[in-house]
Design a protein around this ligand. Structure first.
Ligand SMILES: [Zn+2]
Length: 491
């Protein structure tokens, strides 16, 4: 069993068999483009949940990865002049480097071209076989979507997202009897057995259910698409990319290869996904699981999209925010802070350099960084860096907000505590008090050190590196020599 991290976190219990498990996933990135800032936010949200429950002593598992099948990738690889496998190896490497650069605490990186994943997807297919039948599929197919789209969704004859004309296709395909599960899906969503957050996404899904579900095509003839997982017992067909991709959530924890680990972590506590793929995760995936006789995930958290300076990001507008640039220039925690707090957890949000630098200076450099360095410097000056460890008067309790995936509200609450500590220090004026009543000044500063240690613990899941640095400054009753500046001001 996995040992949880460092000792300087008060909530940390050693893990044991009776600890509840916590399994969190991101969606797997479709490996046809470089990672974008919306995906970085999703990675941070899932990482924050993993860190929070790990710190609370739960038996935690966190998975992210890449979705590497589909026609689009085969076409892109051909253009790129490499084999499809070489091409996806390279792209998946980019995502792995990103995960590393962002300091993610994932336990596994899943790739859908891994042999183990393919076996798991095939096992799931067989488990669903009573609901799978062969038929003729006729429709309008958008290559950009990797999906058939409805005539009613077109704008001026083209796909509104991809601006391309869909192809008319008729082909032999396997179907999954999704319609059969409409009532059961409605029941588990209504009862909260499958929790969909935020509420408006839940209502949207119930709306889809009430307007009726159609069976979905889940395979392609190999003549049309060979880059995929072969359908069991029918080598002329490969799985439709969604059937294959969704099964990553169980292949990653040993559905096919490790029954013990699978039992330990399934069902997932939460899948973190973007709003464009909510339907697949809230309806199709749970129906596949019900069909296979498996439990459905406990929750799906659906985040919104990020605009750049009020506009949709696009290469032609030149307003694409590169998360790697920001992480390199300002530090990963500064990027985490902006994305987790200022992109509303339940809504779409906006990213701009001006706003980013403004909150960096106000919240991170001043409110947090400056307070830490002032308290530490005064303790050094007035008491040789020593202080008594005093437990804070009030706890910071964000457990309810974390359970509702309100990352923004959690950080708001923690930073509100910092505001009140800044007010307290300005009122108490320990630098003046030190002249008349040095004992009282040190007492006050000791209490502040205790408060900041608590803030650091509360921040650990959100800003892990910063949290560690603060805990290192207030090193158990003794200020560390020459503590580093947490967030140098941007001028
Ligand atoms: Zn499209």
């Amino acid at each position: 069993m996995k040992q949880t991290q460092s000792n300087n976190q008060p909530n940390n219990k050693p893990s044991n068999q009776t600890n509840p498990s916590f399994y969190v996933t991101t969606s797997i990135a479709y490996a046809n483009a470089k990672p974008h800032v919306g995906y970085a936010m999703e990675l941070f949200q899932a990482d924050t949940l993993a860190r929070y429950y790990r710190q609370a002593g739960q038996d935690t598992y966190f998975v992210t990865g890449t979705d590497e099948h589909g026609q689009k990738l085969k076409e892109a690889a051909a253009k790129h002049g490499s084999t499809t496998q070489e091409y996806v190896d390279e792209l998946s490497q980019d995502f792995m480097s990103l995960a590393k650069l962002l300091g993610l605490s994932n336990d596994k990186f899943v790739r859908t071209t891994d042999a183990g994943h393919k076996l798991a997807a095939q096992k799931l297919w067989l488990a669903c076989s009573k609901d799978i039948y062969k038929g003729q599929y006729k429709g309008l197919y958008c290559v950009g979507h990797e999906a058939f789209i409805k005539e009613s969704e077109l704008e001026a004859g083209v796909c509104p997202d991809h601006k391309t004309k869909p192809q008319e296709l008729e082909l032999e395909s396997y179907f999954f009897a999704l319609s059969k599960y409409a009532n059961q899906l409605e029941a588990i969503i209504e009862s909260g057995e499958l929790k969909i957050v935020p509420q408006k996404r839940r209502n949207e899904m119930l709306g889809f259910l009430r307007s009726g579900l159609e069976d979905i095509s889940i395979s392609r003839p190999k003549s049309q698409l060979e880059w995929g997982v072969e359908v069991p017992n029918d080598p002329d067909h490969v799985m439709y990319v969604w059937f294959d991709a969704l099964s990553n959530y169980i292949s990653a924890i040993g559905y096919e290869s490790d029954p013990q680990q699978f039992a330990r972590f399934w069902p997932a506590n939460v899948h973190v996904v973007g709003k464009d793929i909510a339907r697949f995760h809230c309806l199709v995936w749970p129906a596949m699981l019900l069909s296979a006789g498996l439990e459905t995930p406990k929750a799906v958290f659906v985040h919104g999209f990020i605009a750049s300076d009020g506009q949709k990001m696009s290469k032609s507008l030149g307003n694409v925010i590169d998360p790697v640039d920001y992480a390199n220039s300002y530090g990963v925690d500064a990027l985490r802070y902006y994305l987790l707090r200022f992109i509303p957890s339940y809504n779409d949000g906006d990213f701009s350099l001006d706003r980013f630098e403004e909150v960096y200076n106000a919240d991170l450099a001043n409110n947090l960084g400056n307070l830490v360095s002032r308290v530490a410097a005064m303790l050094v000056k007035y008491n040789d860096g020593k202080y008594d460890i005093v437990p804070p008067k009030t706890e910071i309790d964000i457990s309810g907000l974390v359970a509702e995936f309100r990352f923004d509200k959690c950080l708001e609450q923690i930073f509100a505590r910092l505001d009140s500590l800044n007010v307290a220090i300005d009122n108490a004026k320990p630098w003046e008090l030190a002249k008349t009543n040095p004992v009282k000044a040190v007492e006050f500063l000791s209490a502040m050190a205790g408060e900041l240690t608590q803030v650091a613990s509360a921040l650990a899941p959100f800003l892990p590196e910063t949290s560690q640095k603060i805990l290192a400054v207030f090193d158990n009753g003794k200020i560390a020599p020459s503590p580093q500046v947490l967030f140098p001001r941007i001028d």
